[in-house]
Design a protein around this ligand. Structure first.
Ligand SMILES: *[C@@H]1O[C@H](CO)[C@@H](O)[C@H](O)[C@H]1NC(C)=O
Ligand SMILES: *[C@@H]1O[C@H](CO)[C@@H](O)[C@H](O)[C@H]1NC(C)=O
Ligand SMILES: *[C@@H]1O[C@H](CO)[C@@H](O)[C@H](O)[C@H]1NC(C)=O
Ligand SMILES: *[C@@H]1O[C@H](CO)[C@@H](O)[C@H](O)[C@H]1NC(C)=O
Ligand SMILES: *[C@@H]1O[C@H](CO)[C@@H](O)[C@H](O)[C@H]1NC(C)=O
Ligand SMILES: *[C@@H]1O[C@H](CO)[C@@H](O)[C@H](O)[C@H]1NC(C)=O
Length: 668
């Protein structure tokens, strides 16, 4: 009997010491080999990068693992799963991505950040002597590496040009359909990577943390790793940042050679910094409410009623202070919004705006369709002023502005209720291939719509409203394909509650006027600058800046300027349009786009003038033909850094940006 127990203990010990398998819930005791920006936080998170620009971080299991069958030299099967989160510094901008990697070294000497993901560099990318296998979670579209979009999973073998890749989505068992996921949403997601050495079958699966493992993988490929794997390899993670940054976190990791990786116990994972308080609260609710419910069930119905009331309060709880009563009709009850969106169910999710998730809803009282934007915000300083602004913006009415119907406030959360736009946002049509493709006359109409909406914000109301974040993704399309400007004034939310010593510039890379980084002040003419970038993106079907540093692709403005200079401005148009466009209108839009993007704010037209030009009520001023254009080759890279959102101006002594293109309209 005793010997049998001893034998069991011995066997257990053997199993435990079999180091081809490991599992970490948090990494405090993991003894990973770290380099670059990678660190283990005090709460046990593996943080691969912080907000350092153009940085990289590596974290690898410290010991070499034997990846080949010693009897026939074939690669062994392996299986791994991990939970990660990418938290971008600013919503909606790229940050660059992370990768699970199998590599002969854990140092990656010479590897580059940004689009190289800390795995390769410009000379060794694609070289088969790298012996690196990686699964990339890439949040930037790098044209040189044939990236399909800025949100994809790819299989990389010695090369950042993936052998197979797919936009991020998962198979949802409940609806039986595929649902897309956004890597930089900040949400927790789990990845499974499974390789069968016999069949050379590689499966990669991803899902949100709260969904079970999807039944079918996102990527499934035959991949021969026999010449990629050496006998002994390291396994771990690499992540990088570029001009835009993210915190890349790994919360838990399980790995097994020649067997199935043990499932992670999600309740044992450490929490992300911003989640901490929310999590604690739900625990508290459980510890108090559950026993109460039990008591109520067994003993006193009154306790049950108390519990129900309590739950309802919790479920529908909102913050309503005295000063808010004056906003009367603009204030929605959380209960109504909760019901309207079926409890903010996933199936009602319309998308991710710059500020949070947007849900479709139907107001129970009036059956009106609405879009509800859920914005989480930790800091509530200045909320009173902000709500006052929102409420007054609710009075802004123009057919080319998305109507704000009202708001609701909860702890840590602000909900904004807008009219519902059935055709979602313009960028889906321009850049994501949403059908039907927009014709030129539709595009030209949308341009006129947006100019009219922006003109109203600048001049048509009792006070000047600066939009601050004009771009295709903030232009919504209604059922008749009219364009409406959304999210106006919201950019100020970012400036609230921050340290008053620092100035927080808000906007989006590629649309930020150069003077903003100097003065930190948004003005109507910085809106005009962004509108110029918007004109060009609609006409050219290209984003104003594709964030792939070191690739010498000029920014959109430089490129169109180049075409203008050589008298071939029409060449800049979106190739998708073919010959289906009106020459005069196209020329007008492209040239006006350049005029609005003038580096000197004084040289830009006002929105009133822009509307006149577009309506044909006034001719465009002639451009001086001998204007010199010097588009520096480094522009693509520099612009990513120079025009990027800068959060602390007090420490940044900046000189004027080197946009040396004296593109001057005649007569000035
Ligand atoms: C990122 O972490 C490094 C150390 O790992 C530190 O030196 C740097 O200041 C941090 N950067 C930011 C922006 O937090
Ligand atoms: C941690 O890993 C290093 C190798 O990187 C090794 O030398 C050391 O013994 C390990 N420590 C523990 C406690 O396993
Ligand atoms: C290694 O290869 C031999 C011969 O093909 C096979 O019988 C054995 O199962 C393999 N071992 C593992 C661990 O896959
Ligand atoms: C690229 O990385 C290799 C190591 O893999 C290194 O030897 C080489 O110097 C690096 N090249 C550049 C341009 O950094
Ligand atoms: C690949 O790398 C090896 C070792 O660094 C080098 O000798 C070889 O020339 C490289 N091959 C190519 C095609 O660059
Ligand atoms: C997961 O961890 C929790 C907390 O440590 C524990 O209570 C639970 O039994 C675990 N679940 C499984 C399936 O191991």
């Amino acid at each position: 009997m005793v010997s049998r127990i001893l034998l069991v203990i011995l066997l257990l010990k053997l199993v435990a010491s079999f180091d081809n398998e490991f599992i970490f819930h948090g990494f405090t005791d993991a003894n990973l080999s770290l380099n670059g920006l990678a660190q283990i936080t005090s709460s046990g998170l593996l943080m691969l990068t912080n907000n350092t620009k153009a940085g990289l971080g590596h974290a690898f299991h410290p010991e070499l693992l034997h990846f080949k069958n010693s009897s026939n030299g074939e690669p062994l099967s392996f299986s791994t799963t991990f939970v990660f989160a990418m938290i971008p510094e600013y919503p909606d901008v790229c940050g660059h991505g992370l990768a699970f990697a199998v590599s002969p070294s854990k140092e990656f000497a010479g590897a580059m950040p940004s689009q190289h993901l800390g795995l390769f560099n410009t000379t060794d990318n694609g070289n088969s002597s790298n012996h690196i296998f990686a699964i990339e979670l890439d949040t930037v579209m790098t044209v040189d590496f044939h990236d399909i979009n800025d949100n994809h999973v790819g299989i990389d073998i010695n090369n950042l040009i993936s052998v197979n890749s797919s936009p991020v989505s998962y198979f949802d068992g409940k609806s039986g359909g595929s649902k897309s996921l956004k890597l930089i949403s900040g949400d927790l997601m789990q990845v499974w990577i499974e390789y069968d050495g016999m069949d050379m079958q590689l499966d990669v699966t991803i899902s949100p943390i709260d969904a079970p493992k999807p039944a079918s993988p996102l990527l499934s490929s035959k991949v021969d790793l026999s010449s990629v794997f050496l006998d002994d390899m390291y396994v771990g993670f690499s992540a990088s940042t570029g001009a835009a940054t993210s915190h890349h976190y790994i919360l838990g990791w399980s790995f097994s050679l020649n067997g199935d990786a043990q499932p992670l116990n999600l309740s044992k994972l450490p929490s992300l910094p911003y989640q901490e308080s929310a999590k604690k609260k739900s625990h508290l609710l459980l510890t108090i409410a559950l026993p109460l419910a039990a008591a109520g069930f067994l003993l006193i119905p009154i306790a049950a009623i108390f519990f129900v009331l309590r739950r309802r309060r919790k479920k529908y709880g909102e913050i309503l202070e005295d000063w808010e009563h004056e906003y009367g009709p603009h204030r929605f009850s959380y209960k109504d919004l909760f019901k309207a969106t079926k409890g903010f169910k996933e199936e009602n999710l319309l998308g991710f705006g710059g500020f949070g998730r947007v849900y479709k809803g139907v107001l129970p009282s009036s059956s009106t369709q609405v879009a509800v934007k859920k914005i989480s915000h930790e800091s509530w300083q200045g909320m009173r002023e902000f709500v006052a602004e929102i409420a007054s913006m609710g009075r802004l009415r123009h057919r080319n502005l998305v109507q704000l119907l009202g708001y609701c406030r909860r702890e840590g959360e602000l909900l904004l209720v807008y009219e519902y736009m059935p055709n979602s946002s313009l960028d889906n049509f321009l850049f994501q291939g949403k059908q039907p493709a927009l014709t030129w006359s539709q595009r030209f109409q949308i341009i006129k719509d947006v100019s009219s909406g922006l003109h109203y914000l600048h001049e048509g109301w009792e006070q000047v409203v600066i939009h601050r974040d004009i771009k295709a993704s903030n232009v919504l399309i209604d059922a008749e394909f009219n364009g409406k400007l959304g999210d106006f004034g919201l950019a100020r939310l970012h400036t609230r509650g921050t340290n008053p010593q620092t100035t927080h510039i808000v906007g989006t890379l590629g649309y930020l006027a150069p003077e903003i980084s100097k003065t930190g002040k948004a003005t109507t003419s910085s809106d005009v600058y962004a509108f110029g970038a918007f004109l060009l993106e609609v006409a050219c079907g290209r984003r104003p800046i594709e964030c792939h540093p070191s690739v010498e692709v000029p920014g959109l403005v430089e490129w169109v300027l180049g075409c203008w200079k050589t008298g071939t401005i029409l060449e800049a148009r979106d190739p998708v349009l073919g010959d289906e466009y009106v020459v005069k209108e196209m020329e007008l839009v492209l040239t006006l786009g350049l005029l609005c993007s003038h580096p000197d704010p004084m040289a830009r037209p006002s929105m009133r003038q822009v509307v006149q030009f577009l309506e044909g009520d006034a001719p465009l001023p002639p451009m001086s033909a001998d204007a010199l254009i010097t588009s520096t080759s480094a522009q693509g890279y520099d612009e990513c850094f120079d025009d990027f959102v800068i959060s602390d101006l007090s420490t940044t002594d900046r000189t004027d940006r080197t946009f040396s293109s004296p593109f001057v309209p005649g007569g000035r």
